[in-house]
Design a protein around this ligand. Structure first.
Ligand code: PEP
Length: 251
């Protein structure tokens, strides 16, 4: 059966020292707790090795927030999937809406990133979601379907089964506006049906689909109670160990 997962996305926050302190705090908070979900923290590239060395990686998986769409070579400033994997990180966020919007990452670029992440043994946390105008025009189903189809439907069913998906309505990210549990359930069920139509029921039933967008301790329980919501990708609330723990223990 599919896993429940709570993953943090630190974005471009914390110095290395602050990041290590946050990781330490979370590690201590989890030391005597057996959560009912997998816990992941995705950190800036510069923090990965240190965070891997700070936490109990059997309890807290570590991931990057991005990786390059090229394997290696003359791409100044880029960080490849193999470099991420060499730090001991096991996950990588791909296709976050901030990368799509500010760095012009297209579905084709994200396809390449996903292939490279998988080839290097990383678990992609692949983000999809619509902007406000698309939601208001009733186009959100078409938008997420296209994102999944164009970036991911070239994968074999074995590789597709290695992914984690994160549905993140862009209008809910960092805005304090959360999708209602019913809105989240409706589109998560649609995403799972889209996957079932392509890869069959078993693959669809086994893939974890996380919700992201202003998820916090006060609304996590209601969201996670929905049948097709298998956890959360958490931005702001992941920067505070107590809040992140509040979301983890919502399961
Ligand atoms: C995110 O950036 O993935 C996110 C969900 O952010 P926030 O929780 O702050 O809305």
């Amino acid at each position: 059966m599919r896993k429940n997962i709570v993953a943090g996305n630190w974005k471009m926050n914390t110095t290395l020292q602050e990041g290590i302190a946050l990781a330490k705090e979370l590690n201590e908070a989890l030391a005597n707790v057996t959560p009912n979900c997998d816990v992941v923290v995705c950190t800036p590239f510069t923090h990965l090795t240190s965070v891997v060395n700070t936490v109990d990686t059997k309890k807290i998986g570590v991931g990057a927030e991005n990786c390059a769409d090229k394997a290696a070579g003359a791409y100044t400033g880029e960080v490849s999937a193999s470099m991420v994997a060499s730090t001991g990180a096991k996950y990588v966020i791909i296709g976050h809406s901030e990368r799509r919007a500010y760095y012009h990452e297209t579905n084709d670029i994200l396809k390449e990133k996903t292939l490279l992440a998988l080839a290097n043994g990383l678990t992609p946390i692949f983000c999809i979601g619509e902007v406000l105008e698309e939601r208001e025009a009733g186009k959100h189903f078409d938008v997420v379907k296209k994102q999944v189809e164009e970036s991911l439907f070239g994968l074999s069913s074995e590789d597709f089964g290695k992914l984690i998906l994160a549905y993140e309505p862009v209008w809910a990210i960092g805005t304090g506006k959360t999708a209602s549990a019913e809105q989240a359930e409706e589109i998560h069920a649609f995403i799972r049906k889209t996957i079932a139509d392509k890869y069959g029921k078993e693959v669809a039933e086994n893939i974890s689909i996380l919700y992201g967008g202003s998820c916090k301790p006060s609304n996590a329980k209601e969201l996670f109670a929905k049948e097709n919501v298998d956890g959360g990708l958490i931005g702001g609330a992941a920067l505070d160990a107590a809040s992140f723990m509040g979301i983890i223990t919502a399961f």
